[in-house]
Design a protein around this ligand. Structure first.
Ligand SMILES: Cc1cc2nc3c(=O)[nH]c(=O)nc-3n(C[C@H](O)[C@H](O)[C@H](O)COP(=O)(O)OP(=O)(O)OC[C@H]3O[C@@H](n4cnc5c(N)ncnc54)[C@H](O)[C@@H]3O)c2cc1C
Length: 663
């Protein structure tokens, strides 16, 4: 018996479970230590602790990374100073440690925020985020920040949900009183929107009753279900918050209005009448202190009302302004404020998909054949590029398009989770890959809340469905002669366009037509609402997904055309693969089974789908390099794989290792 081999084998089986460290932190930890951003030690560290094989294609990768335009941005190195003064903690650290670390980082970051100077005027902090969200400096900064999901969440709550609400919903007196303090984190803000009984439908019970004599409001939580719940920062850190409550004047309800309310002093002691409960550990994002908040007749002065959209005069009269007509119209105005958070989640998830594709490229899961690995990598890349190219849907002229921000948030967070789930399946618990699996699991857990917060995805699909129905009216005007009554007609029409995205649009047509035909004859909104909820909810969600995907495909196609002109023909093939995957997911199965279905869409050099996968595989290096993660150093070191690692081509399965050990 070969004693050494048995010893080795035992070491593999007895190796302690790897400590799950945040995936991104691994990259960042190296970045922080290195003189040059992500030098050789990066890959050494990763491969040593993961003990997994890494592809050895250094020269190809280097060439490609020189040639490819940076997508996420070479500026990854700018993260270094951000992390300089931070210690990296694993997910095994205590809740308290994680929270302390995140809040320390937040404060540290606040002192080092980028600035933007335009027309001789310099803006920073909340004002910069509010007015220059689309500026490359801001986008880049936010993208980098998204590498730490808990920190990004705390940051988003304070700077966007609290800070931007202050700017957009308040008036000059609020800016004078709070803005500088919030920028410097002298006060820490939260956003008190959700109640235990009311999340997606904001029929909030919390009341703000106007008191004429004292010229102020009494904030009250009338029932258990009215308690503000899940509030990020609410358990411990937040000193102030923007509260959404039902305004009551002389017994009459005026709808949901925003108020700024102090929760606790800087010493952490709650203000009288405010009770907070810590929600404790969650499945992820433990660095964020989510809490429940209860108000017991807390008096706040008149200036607590964020009064951009209304005022209450000394006679107690409610006066709407800036387009505020009634309680519903003000609610929509307040909701529009969530646009920033939804855009940020989209950016973070797009970065997440790029990172996951890169990880998958560097560490092929052992269970896959080379072909299998190429197939999955191509799908991951096709999806990551889809959202990268569709970013114009939420930027520039679409910057304040609430519908686009909502559907992009829903589709990108779902796609990001799907990519992570694929990795969870493929990086099995083989000792060689379980480290990677642990990393993916922890990132997955941190990202899970993106499906829910800032608007539950299911509801966002429905919101977008409404927009799709409106759009459908325009489509139909120009298309009355087409009469899409059956799939056969639709199929013919879509085929005539020679572009798969029209198949998606066609299916959306049919759904919109069906829903519209049933709802339009109904007289009142109330009736429509009832019938919709009873009969058409699932169809509505599907319509939202279809039309959102059509918009993404349209942007993808534009980018593919532009890339083709530059000689990058493979982006067309990537587009075709993404389109195919979407069709498989969203269209009735029987359509895909029709003979020659796919060939007819993809006429040209490569009429079939599988050859496209082979073709794209030739560009994997270039495509991954295009994300801009600086992996050269990483790849370098893999020329000398660490002892426990094996190269891709010679990967030995665990099974054959056991056999070779001749037990
Ligand atoms: C980590 C985390 C942090 C958060 N931070 C904050 C914060 O800082 N401030 C804040 O105010 N909130 C915060 N939230 C709350 C978050 O915004 C809400 O969870 C979200 O809006 C959903 O509301 P809900 O939890 O009440 O779920 P519900 O609205 O009750 O939804 C539960 C389920 O029912 C479905 N559903 C709901 N309505 C309908 C309908 N009409 N038709 C069909 N299906 C429906 C939903 O799709 C979902 O699957 C946070 C949540 C999490 C998880």
């Amino acid at each position: 018996m070969n004693v050494d081999k048995v010893q080795n084998l035992l070491t593999i089986f007895e190796a302690p479970e790897p400590e799950p460290i945040n995936l991104v932190h691994l990259f960042l930890q190296e970045l922080e230590k290195s003189e040059a951003p992500l030098d050789d030690r990066g890959i050494n560290f990763l491969s040593n602790c993961a003990g997994v094989p890494v592809r050895n294609n250094r020269s190809k990768f280097l060439q490609a990374s020189e040639a490819a335009p940076s997508i996420i941005g070479k500026e990854l190195s700018t993260l270094r100073p951000i992390l300089e003064e931070t210690t990296l903690l694993s997910h095994n650290s205590t809740l308290k440690q994680q929270r302390e670390q995140k809040i320390a980082r937040l404060k540290w970051l606040a002192e080092r925020l980028p600035e933007i100077t335009e027309d001789g005027k310099t803006t920073r902090g909340i004002e910069m985020f509010c007015h220059h969200f689309d500026h490359p400096i801001v986008r880049n900064f936010l993208q980098l920040l998204s590498f730490d999901p808990a920190l990004a969440t705390l940051f988003g709550v304070h700077f966007f949900l609290f800070g931007v609400s202050l700017l957009k919903l308040g008036t000059q007196k609020h800016i004078d009183q709070y803005l500088d303090k919030a920028d410097q984190l002298e006060i820490i803000g939260c956003c008190m929107f959700t109640e235990i009984g009311h999340g997606s439908s904001p029929l909030f019970e919390t009341t703000a009753t106007y008191n004429r004599e004292r010229r102020g409001f009494v904030i009250n939580t009338p029932s258990l279900t009215a308690q503000k719940c899940w509030i990020g920062g609410g358990a411990r850190n937040a000193t102030h918050g923007v509260l959404f409550a039902q305004l009551i004047i002389d017994g009459k309800e005026y709808g949901i209005h925003p108020f700024i309310v102090q929760l606790r002093g800087r010493n952490g002691v709650n203000k009288p009448g405010v009770t907070t409960t810590d929600l404790g550990p969650k499945m992820g994002l433990d660095g964020v202190d989510n809490g429940i908040i209860h108000f017991d007749h807390v008096f706040v002065p008149y200036d607590a009302l964020l009064d951009h959209y209304c005022e209450i005069n000394h006679e107690g009269q409610y006066i709407g302004r800036n387009g505020n007509r009634d309680s519903m119209s003000i609610l929509y105005k307040l909701m529009v404020n969530f646009i920033f958070g939804r855009k940020y989640i989209t950016m973070a998830c797009t970065t997440g998909m790029a990172m996951i594709s890169t990880l998958f490229y560097v560490y092929p899961p052992q269970c896959l054949s080379k072909k299998g690995w190429e197939f999955h990598l191509t799908n991951l890349l096709a999806e990551a590029f889809a959202f990268k190219y569709a970013s114009d849907l939420i930027m520039g002229e679409n910057a304040y398009n609430h519908f686009n921000a909502s559907i992009m948030k829903a589709l990108s967070s779902t796609a990001n989770q799907k990519s992570l789930q694929l990795c969870q399946n493929l990086y099995d618990s083989n000792p060689m890959t379980r480290r990677i699996r642990a990393l993916v699991n922890s990132y997955f857990a941190d990202q899970a809340a993106t499906l829910t917060y800032e608007g539950d995805n299911y509801l966002l699909y429905m919101l977008f469905m409404k927009h799709s129905l409106d759009q459908a009216k325009h489509w139909f005007q120009g298309m009355t002669k087409l009469r899409f009554n059956s799939y056969a007609q639709l199929f013919k029409w879509a085929l005539s366009r020679k572009d798969p995205k029209y198949m998606i649009l066609g299916e959306a047509f049919l759904l919109a037509k069906t829903i519209g035909a049933h709802l339009e004859p109904l007289k009142s909104n109330e009736e429509r609402f009832k019938v919709f909820n009873k009969e058409f909810q699932l169809m509505g969600v599907k319509l939202g997904k279809l039309y959102g995907t059509f918009l993404i495909l349209s942007e993808y196609e534009k980018a593919a055309k532009a890339e083709t002109e530059k000689g990058h023909h493979h982006i067309w093939d990537l587009y075709a693969i993404y389109a195919w995957n979407q069709m498989q997911e969203l269209l009735p199965e029987r359509l895909g089974k029709r003979k020659g279905f796919w060939d007819k869409f993809l006429s040209g050099e490569k009429p079939d789908l599988m050859p496209r996968y082979d073709y794209i595989a030739k560009f994997h290096d270039e495509l991954v390099a295009g994300f801009g993660f600086k992996l050269e150093g990483m790849i370098d070191n893999i020329l000398e794989p660490p002892p426990q690692s094996v190269s891709f081509d010679t990967a030995e399965s665990l099974e054959s290792r056991i056999k070779n050990a001749k037990l």
